[in-house]
Design a protein. Structure first.
Length: 162
């Protein structure tokens, strides 16, 4: 029994001391899931380097995200965000498709050709002040059934503005 307690104590001590290495992703890197898909959906963040502000006890990285497809109409079948840490892209969250309509103003997850859609308040909020890299991604299908994607990185900093 004593050995079990010692083992658990050592394991918990190790975990509590482990640190995440946020690092910087290599230029033009992307998650494996997107590597072989044509990148035909344009994704833009404003600003691309995002500094936080503090409101009460929370930090806000305020930015907007816009999506656009110039080649054809698109049906979005998946979207979400990855975070870069420990030298790789790690899925943060894949969002429910109905939230695309709510956040970006699409209808039935459809992007009309040449029409920009913007989530004006795509904000990161946290009680901790730390920077890092995220990558928003979108996977869709064309009317002919081709699966395509779009993605873009955003750099959030720990440079507090206020």
């Amino acid at each position: 029994m004593k050995n079990i307690f010692i083992t658990v104590f050592l394991l918990l001590s190790y975990i509590s001391q482990a640190q995440v290495n946020y690092g910087t992703p290599p230029v033009n890197s992307c998650p494996e899931k997107l590597e072989n898909l044509p990148r035909l959906i344009t994704v833009n963040h404003f600003p691309k380097i995002n500094n936080p502000i503090q409101i009460k006890k929370k930090y806000y990285w305020k930015h907007a995200t816009a999506i656009l497809c110039q080649t054809s109409d698109i049906t979005v079948i998946e979207y979400g965000a990855y975070l870069y840490y420990n030298n790789q892209w790690n899925l943060r969250k894949s969002y429910p498709l109905n939230e695309l309509d709510k956040n970006f103003g699409t209808k039935k997850q459809q992007l009309e050709q040449g029409e920009p859609y913007t989530w004006a308040k795509n904000w990161r909020v946290d009680s901790r002040l730390f920077g890092g890299w995220a990558l928003w991604y979108f996977i869709g299908t064309t009317p002919s059934g081709e699966t395509i994607c779009g993605y873009e990185m955003i750099h959030t900093t720990d440079n507090l503005l206020n």
